[in-house]
Every structure is written in structure tokens, then in C-alpha cells.
Design a protein around this ligand. Structure first.
Ligand code: SF4
Length: 151
């Protein structure tokens, strides 16, 4: 299961399949991470820098974090995509198509000048999380989405 947790400032990625429950996140930042609470990650409860530190100690790679750089990432279900927006301008998208019980992610793109800011991963996670909530099997053909799912 993949989940994306967001504030205005940061985005946190969580892949439950990789989590070894070593609890470094919980001990490092107990306000933001608490097993049994729903949601178990609440980014509003601590400073981004402390959350970043706790995530950097995750031994499994189940958690990831990026700063948002003022870029919003939204799901556009009507358009079968997620979209990245900065100052009202679209700077990236991730496209998918539902085929029966499968969700085919076939294209991810971020304008080159905005590369290296974690935007593509946020776009893909947004689509993956929504597909999992719709109980779809993920069937990416986009090489970047495949990489995100494998990492
Ligand atoms: S530190 Fe990583 S592996 Fe450990 S409980 Fe937290 S998410 Fe899971």
C-alpha cells in the first residue's frame, strides 16, 4: 500500500510493503508518527525539519520526503491524471487509464526546468494512492512509474 501525506511545505511517501516496523520514525518524531492512530502520520504535529530527520533514519526505505517548493499536486479524476501546478501554471502531469480492474499509468512528465524537486514522484504517488483506494491492480507502462513502484 502506498500513501502520500502532504502539508503546504512537505510531502511524505510511505510504502507499507517495505515497512519493517523498526519504529525509528515513531521514536524519532512521536508527535507526527504514531502507530494505531488514524492517520498514523500527521505532518501538522511537528516541524518539517524534525520530520525530515526522523525519516532519514528509516532503515527500510519505506518512508520518503520532499519539500514542495510551492508546487501543488492534485488529482484530476475527470482527466484521468494528476497534475502539478505552480503559480497557476501546469508544470507536470501523470496520466493513467482504468482498464477493467487494472490502472495503467502510461505517462509521467515534468517540465525540465522543474526537475529534481520530487514533483514526478508526487504525481505518481497521487495516482497510485487513488488507484489503490479504487481497488485497482497497478499496471504501469510508464518507465518512471515502474521505477517508483519498484524502489
Ligand atoms: S522507521 Fe521506516 S521501517 Fe521503521 S516503522 Fe517507520 S516507516 Fe517502518
Amino acid at each position: 500500500m502506498h500513501r502520500l501525506y502532504e502539508t503546504d511545505e512537505i510531502s511524505v511517501f510511505w510504502n507499507s510493503d517495505k515497512c519493517r516496523h523498526a519504529k525509528m520514525c515513531v521514536t524519532g518524531c512521536p508527535e507526527a508518527f504514531e502507530f494505531g492512530r488514524r492517520p498514523w502520520i500527521d505532518l501538522s504535529r511537528d516541524e518539517p525539519s524534525r520530520i525530515w530527520q526522523a525519516i532519514s533514519r528509516c532503515p527500510s526505505g519505506a518512508l520518503g520526503i520532499t519539500y514542495n517548493h510551492s508546487v501543488q499536486v492534485k488529482l484530476d479524476e475527470t482527466g484521468s491524471r494528476s497534475v502539478a501546478i505552480l503559480d497557476g501554471k501546469e508544470i507536470g502531469e501523470c496520466d493513467y487509464e482504468d482498464e477493467g480492474d487494472r490502472c495503467v499509468i502510461y505517462h509521467t512528465h515534468v517540465l525540465p526546468e522543474y526537475g529534481g524537486k520530487g514533483i514526478a514522484k508526487r504525481l505518481v504517488y497521487k495516482v497510485i494512492e487513488a488507484a489503490e483506494r479504487r481497488k485497482k491492480t497497478l499496471a504501469p507502462t510508464c518507465s518512471y512509474a515502474i521505477k517508483v513502484l519498484e524502489e
